[in-house]
Design a protein around this ligand. Structure first.
Ligand code: SAH
Ligand code: SF4
Ligand code: F3S
Length: 492
């Protein structure tokens, strides 16, 4: 992959690092200066270790879960890099950190599996430090299990203290026993932390943290805490700095971006924030996720429809087509109101691409409920859909609901849904055949030499002949041939 090679730290943070190096003790107040102090301290410890071993130390961060976790991992990598670690793509490294997800049971299972598989490398390198962080660590029984059965894990922290990673890293490098630090709540937002972006030309930008919606199946509000928005000026400043560093596309991130700005001292709407982001010179494309249908305003539709930069793609999770189940899911919309929203969106933007998330097998789901889901999928005609088998999450209201659905029934429904979603997706995706669209070139094609891969504003993947130096540029490509969910094209 064509990867970024440098850590991006803001001018403010660079000044803090210089200042921190002159301080004997870490500043008491939580914030980026304190973290800068610990980064310098970690750097000293890493250098000492390198002298002892006579080689460089390496670190590997593995991400599970959603874009929020991807973005968090970029921050973790940025800190590790400033602490002196070389990045390793393989888990055969001196420091291995798993940034975990717990949205469905299989996410947890994968983490335990990977952890077990690390024993090969551990035997080879007894100095290896293994760390776990992220959503799964906010669950008490998980941390208990790690303490009991995975004693070789040296560092555990959660989602609320991720911004204190530098400090926790130093603690684990200096301690003989595991450092386990998970807190239930932390309202501070530490701005200005460095990050190592995966791509030089695009970046996620958190606009808010947490979730207040408590959909009855979902564990996210329990592990990510209450919703809190970043100040618009901090978001705009971060994007300006990213653009100055070569970024042309941003993805604004939040569990429910449509409720952005509610708790701020001067409330701002998401539509207003987008208008400000649009003004940033040099920024070419704006994406965002996720949109909760219940909070998607007509103002937002208006802003999207008139924007030059906001991509014509909306991820609008429906979860189910049954109004009866949507109520029990605590989603606050009905099949009818969702369809009416889709009509308004399509009327304002006829070429809009829509994608969604759907859960199959929610407790009590009848064949009739399921047929409502099949029906909404046919009516909306999604460009793509992520289909999930309901997973019981301890502590959520749905976990103790009666009528959990048998595996057999779920499997049958899941297969029928997947077939339909793919049939419609293929049909929808081919609607651009023959058109010329601007494509942000992302990477070389891994299967075929001489081909580059990029995305249209609608988030469709296109492969076309081109050179590597096109990466990060937006070029016009004719979409010659639709092949299922991607295109073969040529530059014009
Ligand atoms: N905040 C986003 C979604 C975050 S989780 C939103 O509300 O749209 C991503 C997706 O995982 C959800 O949209 C849902 O479809 C799925 N999901 C969440 N909890 C689940 C569970 N317990 N079982 C199966 N799928 C689940
Ligand atoms: Fe989960 Fe619902 Fe919040 Fe999305 S909006 S993260 S599905 S509780
Ligand atoms: Fe998973 Fe946490 Fe995201 S549970 S889906 S990584 S918010």
């Amino acid at each position: 992959m064509i990867r970024n090679t440098a850590v991006f730290e803001s001018e403010e943070f660079r000044q803090m690092l210089t200042l921190a190096q002159t301080m004997e003790e870490p500043p008491q107040q939580d914030g980026s200066l304190r973290q800068a102090w610990f980064i310098s301290r970690a750097h000293e410890l890493v250098s000492e270790k390198e002298k002892q071993l006579g080689r460089k130390l390496t670190a590997c961060v593995v991400t599970f879960g959603c874009q929020m976790n991807e973005r968090d991992s970029e921050k973790l990598r940025g800190i590790l890099r400033l602490a002196g670690y070389e990045e390793s793509e393989s888990e055969d490294a001196d420091f291995v950190l798993y940034n975990t997800c717990t949205v469905r049971e299989n996410a947890n299972v994968r983490v335990y599996g990977r952890l077990g598989a690390l024993s090969v490398y551990r035997r080879k390198n007894p100095e290896m430090v293994i760390g776990l962080c992220g959503c799964m660590m906010q669950e008490k029984d998980v941390v208990e299990k790690i303490r009991r059965d995975y004693r070789y894990v040296r560092l555990v922290f959660g989602t609320h203290n991720l911004h204190r990673f530098a400090e926790l890293l130093v603690a684990s490098l200096m301690s003989d026993s595991p450092v386990i630090d998970v807190v239930d709540k932390d309202d501070s937002i530490v701005e200005n932390l460095p990050a190592e972006r995966t791509y030089p030309f695009k970046s996620g930008v958190n606009i808010m943290f947490g979730c207040n919606n408590f959909c009855s199946y979902c564990i996210v509000p329990y592990v990510r805490g209450r919703e809190k928005s970043r100040e618009p000026k901090e978001i705009l400043r971060e994007i300006e700095q990213l653009v100055a560093d070569g970024v042309v596309e941003v993805m604004l991130l939040g569990q429910n971006v449509n409720s952005y700005g509610k708790g701020l001292s001067e409330p701002v709407t998401f539509a207003q924030l987008l208008q400000e982001v649009e003004k940033i010179e040099g920024l070419e494309r704006i994406r965002f996720m996720t949109s909760h249908p219940k909070d998607l305003s007509d103002d937002l539709i208006e802003v999207m429809a008139h924007s030059r930069k906001i991509c014509r793609h909306l991820h609008l999770p429906v979860q189910s087509g049954s109004s009866r189940l949507l109520k029990i899911m605590n989603r606050h919309y009905t099949k009818e109101s969702y369809l009416a929203l889709v009509d308004r969106l399509k009327a304002a933007m006829p070429d809009l691409s829509l994608s969604t998330d759907i859960i199959v097998g929610f407790p009590g789901e009848t064949e009739e409920d399921f047929l409502e889901t099949m029906d909404i999928v046919r009516q909306v005609e999604y460009d793509s859909a992520f289909t999930f088998i309901y997973s019981k999450r301890t502590g959520t209201p749905a976990a103790s609901m009666p009528d959990q659905i048998s595996e057999e029934v779920i499997k049958d429904r899941f297969d029928r849904l997947l077939k339909e979603v793919q049939r419609i997706g293929r049909q929808r995706s081919s609607r651009f055949e023959g058109q010329i669209l601007p494509v942000l070139v992302e990477d070389r094609n891994r299967q075929e030499a001489g081909l580059m891969t990029g995305r249209t504003p609608h988030n469709l993947v296109v492969h076309f002949p081109g050179d590597e130096d096109l990466a990060g540029k937006i070029v016009d490509v004719r979409l010659n041939e639709a092949r299922g969910f991607y295109y073969m094209g040529e530059r014009v």
